[in-house]
Every structure is written in C-alpha cells, then in structure tokens.
Design a binder for this molecule. Structure first.
Ligand SMILES: Cc1ncc(COP(=O)(O)O)c(C=O)c1O
Length: 463
C-alpha cells in the first residue's frame, strides 16, 4: 500500500486507505493549529496532481472532513478550514531570541530615535512605486532564465560610475557584485577569502552585528580600540599581527562617527600588504556625511588590492530592499563570482533593476541631497534640546554619567515608545554608558514628545 507519509507530516497508519491517510493528515494540521480557521485548502484537482494520487481520493478525503465539520466547501469560492474549527496554538513554536537591545522587530514602523533606518517620510515612495511597477512589468515578460548571480549588469555599471564620481573609487563593473546589503557583502567577502578559523580585527566600540557575523562565519574577532582617529592600527599589530582580516568603518566610524585619519589609513594598508591580510571596508554611511567633505573611501587609496569595499542602500533608500554591493580587488573577482554563483547569488532582479533606474535618472543623488538637509535639521533640533549630546554619523551620542545603566534606561525608554540604543552594547571592554539616538527617525512633530520620553526614562535634568 502506498502512503502519504513524508518528513514533515505526522506519522500515519500505513495500513489505511489513501483517502483516510489524507483526511488524518489534514485533520491533524487543523487540530495542531498549523492550518488556521479560514485557511484555504488547495482544490482537489490541484492537490491530486501535486500528490500524484487520483482526484477521487482527494475528493473523498475532503468529503469526510466536511462531514466532520472541519472544512467547508463553498463551490467556486473554494474549500476552507471551518471558522468553527477549534483554533489551537501552533503545536511547536520556535522562538529565535532577538539580538539583545538592537532589534526592534521586523517590517514595523521605526520608533523615534531608532538607529539604522532612513526617514520613512523622506522615502520617494511615489517615484519608487512608479519605477518598480514599470520594471516588474517588463521583467515579468522577459525571458525566464537564471538571473546573473553577480548582479544585474545595469546596476553594476551604475554603482561603478557612482563610486568613481562620489567615492573616488575606480573599478570596472565586473568588480562590483550585488549583495543582500552589507551583511550579504560581508558573507561574500569572508567566503571569497576563505578565512574561517582565522582571527579578525574588529573596532571597539564597533557594530555588534559585524562582530557576531564574524563569529557566525567561524572567525575569532579581536577587539581593537577606536579613538578620535579611528581604529588604533598599532594596537592591532601588537594584539593580533597575524589576523587574516580587519573589518573597519573608515568613512564614519560606527558608532563614534569619526573618520579614520590618513596616517592610520596608511598604517592599515601597509600592515595588510606586509602580512598578507585583507581589509573589509564597511562604507555603510559614506554617502550620508552630514557636515563638510566626505572622507574618501579607503579602497580609493589601495594600490595593492588588499581592500574589499562593501556598500549598502540600507541607509540611503531602505533596509527592506536588501541591496548592497561588494567591490572586489581585481585578483579576487573570479573567486568572488564563483562564490556568488554557487552560494550567495545577488538578490531579486526586479529590485536591482529599479535601483539602477533610480540611479540612472539622477534621482538617487537628488534624494541623497534632500536627505542630508533633512537629517541635519533633525540632528540640530535634537542637539539643541540635549545637554552634552554630540553628533556621530546619523545619530546623536548622549553620554550618561559614569555608573549609569544604559541598558536599563534603553529598556525603560522602549516602554515609552522610543528606541535609543545603549552605547555599552558596542563595546567589548571598558564600556562607557551612553545612548545612541538615531536622528532620521525623529520628525519635527514627534521631537518634543520623544525628548520628553527620553528625559523621563533617563531622569536627566534637561532635554
Ligand atoms: C556599521 C553598519 N554597517 C552596515 C549596516 C547596514 O547593514 P545592511 O546593509 O546589512 O542593512 C549598518 C546598519 O545599521 C551598520 O550600522
């Protein structure tokens, strides 16, 4: 007797007829809550073809479930789980813990002071909707084969042109591999380099997700102090001279906002060349330098092909798009393309084409210009209300008195509907208490309330 048992289904009595096996499978799914009241079941024709059994067998199973009052057949409207079916919690619930105080839920509206997300109200929604609809339509009628795993040629060419003009970085489009944001770029860089099992310099304070990402990729992070010139290269050489990589944010250090000094840049590149190490440049914020001249990309002064430059559209457009890029040094392009082909292909083609269109039409740079002006205004409004606050990238850094518990304050703030991030989260040692306040997420009309909530959470005298 054939049976319907599979790896994801409850064990069935293999001695039973097929229709009964199917009835029991669906019944178990309804009773466990895996199929919720109102959920649509496939037509018996479709399901029969999918399972490779006779239509009459599926129809018989459905009829028994109707008789059990577990499902309702409504003719052309289809077959649904009955609303009267006992709603049950899902049998197995797998809870994935969030990244401490850093995750604020996915696909939700950002809270005031939330860092890392652009201003929702400044996103060119109409323009984006128009461009992406047109792109999706022509893409739907395009030939269906695998998309280029290294990214759409149109977007790679736009990114290369943009980098030459805006970041002083000269590369050919073949060096640009489109990735799923910075995280995809980091994974592609590390896999291309084959450095699992080795050590990596990370900035201290530094972006926690980078540190955790390195660990997830099998590397051992070695925390190197950051001062007002950026990462302390001499300390890195003393602490981990044979590290395989250094992951740095030279443009605007995360979270302190300082640019890597030119002496340190030279030192870092010299160390990489002499020791055969690699530098992964996280250029996540460079387009959004709010004051003065943007620091050049480290990769623009890399004469020996040691820097893997990673950029992202998460801060400039939206993290929900999931688009970023890796610029591989020429000697690594073939290997990176191989990794992209086999393991880490570029994200959805239609989204890439829409971003390319946005760049080609000049809309992207215009959008950046508007965003910078808006963020300066928002940042300055916060700074005038905050004693001791200082600008750091797209955030205001607010030091708390020694001994203050910034994590407890951030948790209390969350209960008041605002989302500062504790500075101590960025440190692996010698943490200074403080709060990182994103400026992009505080529109004028929420400023007073957000500051009042911050003041109450931290019980500081003035905000
Ligand atoms: C230091 C740093 N790098 C990169 C990113 C962006 O990562 P992704 O492009 O994966 O969204 C962020 C986002 O907050 C960041 O803070």
């Amino acid at each position: 007797m054939r049976d319907l048992d599979g790896p994801f289904t409850a064990p069935l009595d293999h001695g039973l007829p097929l229709a009964e096996q199917l009835r029991q499978r669906i019944r178990a799914a309804i009773e466990s809550g895996q199929l919720q009241p109102g959920a649509r079941l496939p037509s018996w024709r479709d399901l029969a073809v999918q399972l490779g059994i006779a239509r009459g067998t599926v129809r018989e199973a459905y009829e028994r479930l109707v008789a059990d009052q577990l499902i309702v057949a409504s003719g052309a409207a289809g077959t649904h789980v009955a609303d009267t079916a006992p709603p049950r919690p899902r049998a197995r619930q797998i809870v994935v813990p969030p990244l401490a105080e850093f995750d604020f839920g996915y696909s939700t509206a950002p809270l005031p002071f939330q860092v890392g997300v652009p201003a929702q109200d400044a996103f060119p929604a109409k323009l984006w909707a128009r461009i992406s609809t047109a792109v999706a339509r022509s893409d739907a009628f395009a030939p269906t084969t695998y998309a280029d795993p290294c990214g759409e040629p149109a977007l790679r060419a736009q990114i290369a042109a943009y980098l030459a003009v805006a970041r002083g970085l000269h590369c050919v489009p073949e060096q640009v591999l489109v990735t799923n944001g910075f995280r995809g770029g980091l994974a592609l860089a590390l896999t291309t380099l084959g450095v699992a099992g080795r050590t990596a310099w990370t900035e201290d304070p530094g972006f926690p997700r980078t540190r955790l990402g390195l660990v997830a990729a099998g590397l051992t992070p070695v925390a190197i102090d950051v001062d007002d010139e950026g990462i302390d290269v001499e300390q890195g050489i003393a602490r981990a001279p044979d590290a395989a990589v250094a992951v740095v944010t030279p443009g605007q250090q995360a979270p302190l906002g300082v640019a890597l000094s030119s002496l340190r840049r030279q030192g870092l590149l010299r160390w990489a060349r002499r020791s055969g190490a690699w530098v992964i440049e996280d250029d996540y914020l460079s387009e959004l330098q709010l004051d003065g001249r943007a620091a050049p990309a480290l990769a623009s002064s890399d004469r020996h092909g040691r820097v893997l430059h990673v950029g992202t559209f998460s801060k400039t457009l939206s993290p929900a798009l999931g688009i970023g890029f890796l610029v591989a040094p020429p000697a690594l392009v073939t290997r990176a393309a191989h990794v992209a082909r086999c393991l880490l292909p570029a994200p959805a083609r239609a989204t890439q084409l829409a971003v390319a269109e946005l760049m080609e039409g000049g809309h992207y740079l215009r959008h950046l210009r508007r965003m910078k002006r808006l963020y300066r205004t928002r940042r300055d409004a916060i700074l005038t209300r905050l004693d001791g606050g200082r600008a750091a990238g797209l955030a205001v850094l607010w030091d708390l008195p020694p001994g203050a518990d910034d994590r407890a304050i951030a948790t209390a703030a969350r209960e008041r509907g605002i989302a500062p991030v504790p500075l101590s989260l960025f440190y692996t040692r010698g943490a200074r208490p403080g709060l990182l306040l994103g400026v992009s997420t505080v529109p004028e009309e929420r400023l007073e309330d957000a500051c009042a909530a911050l003041l109450r959470s931290s019980m500081r005298p003035r905000c």
